[in-house]
Write a protein that binds this ligand. Structure first.
Ligand code: ZN
Length: 230
């Protein structure tokens, strides 16, 4: 919980979606910082389950959850994560286009929002689950972008922000192994939500999901590489 007596370097804001990556990041942050605040942004996700799972994980992790609604429906009108009639397929192999699930500008915007909250809490640190390993079709998940964003926030706020991306060089299997090391494997497996179809009824060794969407397949494949097939 935020505490006025803590120093900026002891406090952190985690960009938190309730998914596998950011849940692992939440526990990574808990191990390193005195006060962890999770920021969940409602940006028109297809499914309410993401927010439900985020609340449950924050409760179990005993961290403060800040939820902020952001209506950018007019700007993000053609993206498949926020528009339910669009298909969710990945880009064809070899395509130079980002996948249909790419939400342009999302991470830049989310990092700015995290910085606004962090500044108010007097927290120096921001954690995000960006990774350039598995889904390299997302330009705003790459390390050079994150470094540039950190510099931008420092200049724009005149505050010594540090952005941490503990998953940057990890693939999904390594992210599962990190959750295991952090002692949060059960929480990540059972409570984090990744499935693009919003399925929380079908149980697999790697958690709940439809099992066939791109997000489920990536999550399942990572689990199998990390711990073997069921
Ligand atoms: Zn799925």
């Amino acid at each position: 919980m935020p505490n006025q007596s803590l120093e900026p370097h002891e406090q952190v804001v985690v960009l938190f979606s309730g998914g596998q990556d950011s849940t692992t990041c939440l526990y990574w942050a808990k191990e390193r910082f005195e006060a962890v605040t999770a920021l969940f942004i409602h940006y028109g996700q297809r499914h309410a389950v993401e927010a439900d799972q985020a609340r449950e994980i924050a409760r179990q992790a005993e961290v403060l959850l800040v939820e902020q609604a952001l209506d950018l429906s007019q700007l993000w009108a053609t993206n498949s994560l926020t528009q339910s009639e669009l298909p969710l397929e990945a880009s064809p192999a070899g395509s130079l286009q980002p996948p249909a699930t790419f939400v342009p500008g999302r991470n830049l915007l989310f990092l700015a929002l995290a910085a606004i909250l962090a500044r108010r809490l007097n927290a120096q640190h921001i954690v995000g689950g960006m990774s350039q390993s598995d889904y390299s079709g997302y330009p705003d998940c790459r390390r050079d972008f994150i470094e540039a964003a950190e510099q931008t926030l420092r200049l724009g706020f005149a505050f010594d922000f540090m952005i941490h991306t503990p998953l940057m060089l990890l693939d999904k299997a390594q992210t599962w192994l990190l959750a295991d090391q952090l002692g949060c494997l059960d929480v990540v497996r059972d409570l984090s939500h990744t499935c693009y179809a919003g399925d929380r009824t079908t149980r697999h060794p790697w958690g709940y999901g439809c099992g066939v969407c791109d997000a489920c397949r990536l999550r399942a494949k990572g689990w199998e590489v990390a711990f073997g097939a069921a």
